[in-house]
Design a binder for this molecule. Structure first.
Ligand code: PLP
Length: 452
């Protein structure tokens, strides 16, 4: 007798990212638009999480992936190399900061961060500096979800449940001038937050520090916050002085997002190691990378002979094919310049439309990454209490209107919210207007109905 299989609701078998919200079902995406199964269209003004740099549905990427899959789709990185990988590394080297022209490929930004931290340590070991083990990072940073990357992150509410599991990392204050940890103001402060790096190195023992990791522009945790001029050159100088490696985490800022190929190029500050992710595969495929200098790799190859690292999906050829297509699109359509131009327009529109709102404490950004920090008292920079979930409600109201944005919560550790814009670089001016107007239209309504 035929036994009936119990009916399983396929959707319920997914362990969802959110339990508190039923999600619409996406069926199609093209350009800067995503469509659900009810035919509703959403403007992707957040690029997911500032990922989809070249837009959705790009034929060039689909073709590159399909062609590569037809040839071969998997090789173990210890057994073969492939032209597609070599060409991608060469393409990236064309644009990366001087000297950073060796690329180790992984899948996620978190893995790239773990890879960079381990690589820094191994470089010191190969160069006869075994005591250099410590990592310094910043509060209010984000470097990823795996235990090592989370330990480097300074996002307190993300760390809290797992703190007992995290390896030791020392954090210093970030360059967040709006709420300076020292109560100072730029430029009179003399970049006190950068000087905290020197102080911390000396406190830890100057020969014990392996690396300092920082986002050149604070992203996910601080609701986008570019550092004041001179900050990055000063931390570069301090790392040089005390012999630790400077890791720039460009997972969010890299690949043109800030209006340069890499954010560190705005002030020509050269890191020792640089991480990439997100826009490298433009959301079409999970791909991340660590960029390193040849002299560091020579130290390893002359020394122990191998980087003690590697993963099943590292150096993935299909991901490399997708990323090559991404880089070529960016080059051919001059999308880095476009990110700069459209970013200026977005910044102007945000300031014009929202600058006068009593609930907008600050508007800041660079290229196509902008943050609107919200609160209930502009003069006193007073945030909304976290339990009101104001930023989530605003995002939901925008979602209902068909505009997607990213957000940052708990900027001040517990309270503090920002709406983040990070659309694909191909966005047009009317679409930027729509995104900004939608925020302006919902902001006051949501705030008033949840704070009175
Ligand atoms: C600067 C930075 N580093 C690392 C990560 C982690 O990347 P992933 O989520 O791909 O692991 C992120 C993600 O937001 C990021 O913004």
């Amino acid at each position: 007798m035929k036994t009936e299989k119990p009916r399983v609701d396929a959707h319920r078998c997914v362990f969802p990212r959110r339990f508190d919200k039923a999600l619409p079902r996406a069926v199609k995406a093209n350009g800067v638009w995503i469509e659900d199964d009810a035919g509703k269209r959403y403007l992707d003004a957040g690029g997911g999480a500032l990922v989809v740099n070249v837009g959705h549905g790009r034929e060039e990427i689909i073709r590159a992936v399909s062609d590569q899959m037809t040839d071969f789709y998997y090789l173990h990185g210890t057994l073969f190399t492939a032209t597609v990988l070599e060409e991608l590394a060469e393409l990236l080297a064309r644009h990366s900061p001087t000297g950073l022209n060796r690329f180790y490929f992984m899948s996620s930004g978190s893995e790239a961060v773990e890879t960079a931290v381990k690589l820094a340590r191994q470089i010191h070991l190969e160069c006869g500096r075994p005591n250099r083990v410590r990592l310094i990072s910043r509060w209010k940073s984000y470097h990823g979800l795996t235990l090592g990357a989370l330990a480097a992150s300074g996002r307190t509410y993300f760390r809290e449940p797992f703190t007992p599991l995290l390896p030791e990392v020392t954090h210093i204050p970030p360059p967040y001038c709006l709420r300076c940890s020292y109560g100072l103001s730029f430029p009179k402060c003399g970049l006190r937050c950068a000087m905290a790096l020197e102080e911390t190195i000396l406190n830890l023992g100057q020969d014990t520090v392996s690396a300092f990791i920082a986002e050149p522009v604070s992203g996910a945790t601080l609701g986008v916050y570019p550092p004041p001029p001179g900050y990055l050159p000063l931390i570069r100088e301090i790392c040089q002085k005390y012999g630790l490696l400077l890791i720039f985490d460009e997972v969010m800022t890299g690949m043109g997002r800030t209006g340069r190929w890499f954010a560190c190029q705005h002030e020509n500050v050269l890191p020792d190691l640089m991480t990439l992710g997100k826009g490298l595969g433009s959301g079409a495929i999970p791909l991340s990378a660590v960029a390193a200098k040849p002299e560091h790799l020579e130290a390893i190859s002359r020394g122990s002979g191998n980087f003690v690292h590697g993963g099943t999906f590292s150096h993935h050829v299909v991901a490399a094919a997708a990323a090559q297509a991404v880089v070529r699109i960016i080059e051919e359509e001059d999308l880095v310049t476009r990110a700069d131009e459209m970013g200026r327009y977005l910044g102007e529109r945000l300031k014009a439309k929202l600058g006068g709102s009593p609930y907008v404490l600050d508007i800041r950004g660079i290229g196509l990454m902008w943050g609107v920090e919200l609160g209930r008292n502009k003069a006193g920079l007073e945030p909304f209490p976290r339990n009101l979930k104001i930023v989530e409600r605003i995002r939901e109201a925008m979602f209902q209107q068909g505009v997607l944005v990213y957000l940052s919560t708990a900027l001040g550790g517990k309270d503090g919210d920002a709406i983040v814009f990070g659309p694909p670089f191909i966005i047009e001016r009317p679409e930027i207007d729509l995104a900004v107007d939608t925020l302006a239209a919902v902001l006051e309504r949501v705030v008033v109905s949840h704070t009175q």
